[in-house]
Structure formats: structure tokens, C-alpha cells
Design a protein around this ligand. Sequence first.
Ligand code: MG
Length: 378
Amino acid sequence: MHKVAVLGSTGSIGTLTLEVLSHLGQDYKVVALSIHKNVKLLQKQIEEYSPEVVCITDELSARSLHIRGTKLLTGREGLVEIAKGEADIVVNALVGAEGIYPTLSALQSKKRVCIANKETLVSFGEIVMNTARKYGGEIVPIDSEHSAIHQCICISRDEVVEIILTASGGPFRVSGIKKYITPEETLAHPVWKMGKKVTVDSATLMNKGLEVIEAVRLFSVPPESISVLIHPQSIIHSLVRFRDGAILAQLSLPDMRLPIQYALTYPKRTPSLVKPLDLAKVHLLEFDLPDKEKFPCLSLAYKAVSIGGTMPAVLSASDEVCVRSFLKRKITLPDIPEIIQKVMNKHRVIENPVLQEIEEADKWARRETSELVRLLNL
Ligand code: MG
């Protein structure tokens, strides 16, 4: 039996993970949950899954939880304690750079980390992969594109010459990001129902840019070997081209419950909750190149990963502040790449940074970005 900890259990990936775990049945037991603030939903999850321990990272919210028989932890220390604890699989569905601490602790304890926490791989990717190698921990991606690549690459890893990440193109695939577009229009994604941050990132294509960086880290390939292909139907979740010219792809209906389950059960495959794909009903699969002028965020991400060192963390942190400011209507969509570009230009890169240096670069980028947002609002 596998013991599973779900970090970020009330978010969109977290709730789907619990659904998948219920479906997988008695071979998987939920032993720990963590949340930031949503105590009401956590209370329900505790009743349903009876974890031995829960962590609430927002200490103020922790005071409003009333439970018996379940151990309550708080803050970053709580996340780390859960990661080191009883679970042999840790699902990291946290949002933000804070996810690095439980990731490293779980890997040091030789566990499998099913990772949906983008910032962990974008900002700290090299440290994460080195830690996994050093201690014998395992990183399995949850993101649909990386899951697809992982599934294709298992067959003959050394012969890979190109990774092709597919992108739905988001709601502004045709128009590009324009000044007049509102947060409401941006949050209405045509294919995937996701959290707010990743939905805005999908509209600017920054999400794909972050995924390029993740792929560089996860699969140890240079950025030049990764390309992006617009595929509005989101049926092909990514492709891998091998030395002999053969391309393998993974296809399924766009439903995160499949990559989540695969990350949990890999290398096994078991029946899932996802409806079977009927290609005759899909009828048409379209492909196109991304328009780099309409979506400058994509090139910024390639630039950040090529420069390396602390630059990907700066890109990611600056983007986080920009997205929040956009949702508060302080800046427009086209301001996002402009501000990030300015912050990147100003950054003095540290090569081969240690964890603290990345955190400092992250904080610096947040301050610089907030200042630029403030100036725009004068
Ligand atoms: Mg994705």
C-alpha cells in the first residue's frame, strides 16, 4: 500500500488528486494534507480521508480549525515535517516558490515527488534535479505536457533530439494580448479549468515559457531542443522526436486526472476516470507555430533559461507579481512582458547559485516589479 501526502489539497490539482486517490482505492492511503487558507474545505477533506496529519501554512487560518485525532502543523516547518514523514509519495500541488522546501526534504528522504508546483522547477530546477540524483529520490511530473513527454521518453531516452510542447494558445490565440482585455476575459480559458495564476499565464503564453524551462530541467535537454507548437484542441499533450526521425506523442482528452494518476501509479497503468478518446469524434487536429510578436513572454522564458543561473527565478517571480497586479487591474496584459523584460535587463545574474541566492534574486525581482507597477499607477 502507498501512503500519500497531498500538499495544496484544496487547490485545483489538489482536489483532483484526492478524487483520483479515492478512485484508486485501498492501494493508496492519504496520510497527510496541507492547505494555505481554505479551512472549510480542509475540514470536509479530513472527514473523508482521515489523514494523520494536516498542515495549514497560514497561521491565522490555522486557529479556526477544530479537529480531534488529527495532528495540526503550521507554516513552512509543517510542510517539511510532512514531506519527511510517513508518506512514500508526496504530491506537491503548492503554488509559489515556498514549494521548494518540502520538495527537497522529500527527495532527501528518497521519496517520489509528483510535482505540479511550477516555481520549484523553474527557479530551483538544477538544485531539485541534483538533490534527486544525490539521494535517490524521484521526480514525476503532473503537468500534462511533461507527463506526456515522460510517457514517450521512457521508451528510449538517449535517442531524443527534440521535445515538442503543445499549447492550446489560450483565449487570445488569434488576437494576441491587447491593452483592452479584462481579467474576466482572460480567466475564461477555452479548454482547461485551472487556478487563476496559470490561467493568466496561459493567455500570455508565459505558462508555455515556464514549461519550456521545466522541460529543460526535467529531461536534461538544451533549450534549443525544445519547441512549442500551437494545438488548439489540446488532444496531443506533447511530442518527442527521436534520432531516426520517429515522433511519439501522447493523446487523451484534456483532463488532468490522467497525468495525476499516471504520476501516482507510474510505471503501472490502471483504469482511470478519464473518458476514452474517440478520434473520429474529434475529427480535426490543428497545428501552428506560436506568434512570438503577439506573445513576447515565450521568448523571455527562452532567454531566461539560456542565461540560466538566477535568471529563471527572476522571470518567474516578476511574472507572479505582474499577474497579481493585472488581476487587480493595476496593469494591462501587454504590460506584463514589458515589465518582466525591464526587470530581467536590470538583474545581475549569479551563476550556479545556491538556494539562498535564488531566494534573494526572487525577492529582488518582486520588489523591482512592484516598483514598476507602482510607477505605472502614478
Ligand atoms: Mg501544462
